[in-house]
Design a protein. Sequence first.
Length: 162
Amino acid sequence: MGSVEYIGLKTTRIRSLSGEQLILSNNDLLESRIRNFGRMRERRAVFSIGVTYQTPRDKLAKIPQIIREAVEAQPLARFDRSHFKAYGDFSLVFETVLYVSVPDMAKYLDTQQAINLRIHEVFEQEGIEFAYPTQTVFLAGPGRPAATGGAASEPASPRPGR
């Protein structure tokens, strides 16, 4: 990605985002898919939020509206949708789609940050916890009952030398 600096008969010069100049043959460019971000009118954004499985159902039902209000509070943002999308490995996953009315990346990131901070603030007030990767380990053996549900549990075989 970068900005076109010069278009010649055989080559095109592009200034990359990191500052170096790339020289590409026009033949290579003709055979490539080109995305012109300079002509983008608005930026579509999709993000997911995971909350803990212990979140009560009434609070789960509030989350799409909390996110909608956080998005609509931003002058450059247009809310599209927010839904309880999936039961994840360690979280209940909500997916949100919004549009930022300007293509500028810095303004998009400022808008997304403001939305994220507002969601965090309201979740804190509502007692809704963000999920992070966790794992529950059930141990079975002498004096411990076997775990119920899921795959069959068998006592762990002792390691040699113990």
